[in-house]
Design a protein around this ligand. Structure first.
Ligand SMILES: [Zn+2]
Length: 148
């Protein structure tokens, strides 16, 4: 039995299934008899990635689309977006679409980043307040409040 073209091209048969190795060494199953070479899935992906990196990037990282919905809208008993889509706990209620006014979205409060100094000043003020309160209390106990 002479060597087949398939075997000459590097193919081999296991349990009547044609195999050929990718250039990276990965065996690829079900290769056609006339195949001169194969590429495994990983190498194909890598090649596609090299050829079209942009399209890959888009597929991997879907561009962020702001929905205009507030954080936690999924948990709201009822939320109506600006297009009139009604959601009950995040579940769309198509029948109610357009029947309700959009839920007013409060702009999220931006927490100011306080500087270390500001925090110290605040702590100091808090302390003074406490001191004054304690003093008042003592004055009261000493029946001094009437003087003021
Ligand atoms: Zn490969």
């Amino acid at each position: 039995m002479s060597e087949s073209i398939f075997e000459k091209n590097g193919g081999y048969v296991i349990d009547e299934v044609n195999y050929m190795d990718c250039s990276c060494g990965t065996p690829v199953k079900n290769v056609g008899e006339s195949a001169k070479g194969v590429r495994c899935d990983r190498c194909v992906s890598a090649q596609v990635y090299k050829m079209f990196p942009e399209s890959f990037d888009n597929a991997v990282k879907p561009s962020y689309k702001p929905t205009g919905r507030p954080a936690g809208w999924h948990w709201m008993a009822e939320f109506v977006d600006k297009d009139g889509n009604v959601f009950h706990k995040g579940k769309e209620q198509p029948k109610l679409k357009g029947t309700l006014k959009p839920t007013k979205v409060k702009p999220r409060k931006k927490t100011k980043r306080r500087s270390k100094d500001a925090i110290l000043v605040e702590k100091y003020k808090e302390k003074q307040k406490l001191k004054r309160a304690v003093k008042k209390q003592q004055d009261f106990l000493n029946h001094k409040t009437q003087d003021k």
